[in-house]
Design a protein around this ligand. Structure first.
Ligand SMILES: Cc1ncc(COP(=O)(O)O)c(C=O)c1O
Length: 471
């Protein structure tokens, strides 16, 4: 059992049943679902402020997840909220374009001078899918190549079809999405050779956990330009975190289309597609070519997201949030690694990635990801008031939060070490270990789950491999 003072989740468990009775999956984002978190933990949240959140049992946590990485200044940021309230009071959705659309476009184009036009959406998926359609329309080609080392691009069929959870997506759609590997231009070259003149666009996060090696991004830029392929950088996570202008700006490599969302409006719903006029205007009225249905939504220009975006960007610059994120990430990483060494779990509890966007990875002795050790660590840190399933550093995470988190992580690492001493690591875990969102079936069809035990007989329910080519 975990050793920390937080051990009551009665109301959370009760309400969780209601959630599942009414809402498939019990949440509106799979990554927030009960199969993603340890059994002993909060299931329903009540409120959040700054770097903290409270569950329905009144337990308080330092929140490093910040929704799905959407909060960059802090929960319920006053400046952002006031800007939103002002716009709500002036009417939140108009019959013709609002003045705020011009102001927001101007702000964004000044910030991103490489691009000439922007189009707004409400979610990341809106704009990744718009970019894919635009790439196909502009090139007249059908295949899209996505980076297989990056886990998620869209809720829409062109991407979901490429996962193992692709029930409901016609195969005709699925086979049009191909996959290449990060830092491996040859894997893209092979696809271009196999489908000559048929690849419309390449989509990837410019940077995730690994440094681009040997000028990879620059070479990718040159290669795609040479082959008339639209290069699309998904900056949903990397944008603002690596650099206000996106990771591509930090590395000095500019795509044809860049996509921002998530934290750009500090949790309010807003996303954008930025690109050059010749491509973007295909979705406009001032040309004589075939019309492209780029993005057109009832709620795209609803003012709360736009007002929040402007206020977030202005506060981010005023506070130099980017420097704060990198510094705080360094503190967290150094502290984590020192603790892992001191607690003799360096091979089992790792912090990987860049300081601005670190990740905790719990591994077996052979270096493979261990869902059980991960859950044991999280079960323990939750009991010490820290929610850190993924890490989304914000302006509101200061030294005090880092220190309290390291303290909880020390307990977490000790729990990992104790678990490793048991005959069965899973005996240290209450409930099941988390499972990948992308799996074909909810439950294992056998006693020993193939996702958790490398020696278990693999069955179709254990599959997590991506469905895209090359396998
Ligand atoms: C890199 C990346 N791109 C796109 C998306 C889709 O964004 P949304 O959930 O806002 O549709 C996500 C969501 O997690 C993401 O992580």
């Amino acid at each position: 059992m975990p050793t920390g003072p937080i051990n009551t989740f009665t109301r959370s468990l009760e309400l969780n049943e209601k959630l599942h009775a009414m809402i498939p999956g019990g949440s509106h984002t799979y990554s927030k679902g009960e199969d993603q978190f340890p059994y002993l933990g909060p299931r329903v949240m009540q409120r959040a402020a700054g770097a903290y959140c409270w569950d329905v049992d009144g337990n308080r946590y330092i929140d490093w997840a910040m929704g799905n990485r959407v909060i960059i200044l802090g929960h319920a940021n006053e400046v952002v909220n006031n800007a939103v309230i002002q716009h709500i009071n002036a009417g939140c959705n108009f019959t013709r374009p609002g003045l705020i659309e011009i102001e927001t476009a101007q702000t964004l184009l000044e910030l991103l001078p490489h691009f000439e036009m922007v189009k707004f959406g409400k979610n990341g998926s809106d704009v990744t899918t718009a970019a894919v359609r635009l790439a196909r329309a502009a090139t007249g080609r059908k295949y899209i190549v996505q980076c297989m080392d990056h886990p998620f691009f869209s809720t829409h069929d062109w991407f979901i079809g490429s996962t193992v959870m692709n029930s409901g997506v016609p195969e005709d759609v699925t086979r049009l999405t191909l996959g290449f590997r990060y830092n491996n231009l040859d894997s893209l070259r092979a696809l271009v050779d196999r489908y000559p003149g048929q690849i419309a666009g390449v989509i990837l996060e410019p940077v995730k956990n690994d440094e681009p090696v040997d000028g990879f991004l620059k070479k990718l830029r040159e290669f795609t330009a040479q082959h008339g392929i639209v290069l699309i950088f998904d900056e949903m996570i990397s944008g603002l975190r690596f650099d206000l202008r996106g990771a591509h700006h930090r590395w000095g490599v500019y795509p044809d289309l860049a996509l921002f969302g998530k934290s750009i409006a500090n949790g309010f719903s807003f996303s954008l597609l930025a690109g050059p006029r010749d491509l973007m205007e295909l979705g406009g009225l001032r040309h004589d070519k075939r019309r492209v249905f780029l993005l057109s939504q009832t709620h795209s220009s609803e003012t709360t997201g736009l007002a929040a975006c402007q206020a977030t960007l202005s506060e981010y610059q005023r506070l130099d949030t980017n420097a704060h994120i990198w510094k705080t990430g360094e503190q967290l990483m150094q502290g984590f690694r020192a603790l892992a060494a001191a607690e003799s779990v360096r091979d089992h509890a790792r912090m990987i990635g860049f300081a601005c966007n670190p990740q905790i990875l719990c591994t077996r002795a052979n270096g493979e990801y261990s869902p059980e050790l991960t859950a044991i660590l999280h079960q323990e840190v939750i009991s010490h008031g820290v929610l850190i399933p993924w890490i989304s550093i914000s302006q509101s995470h200061g030294r005090a939060e880092v220190d309290a988190t390291l303290n909880a992580l020390q307990h977490g690492m000790r729990a990992v070490r104790r678990a490793l001493e048991l005959e069965k690591v899973s005996d240290a875990l209450v409930g099941e270990a988390p499972k990948p969102v992308f799996r074909t079936f909810n439950r294992c069809k056998q006693v020993r789950c193939g996702l958790l035990y490398p020696d278990a007989q693999p069955m179709d329910c254990c599959t997590t491999a991506s469905g895209v080519e090359p396998r």
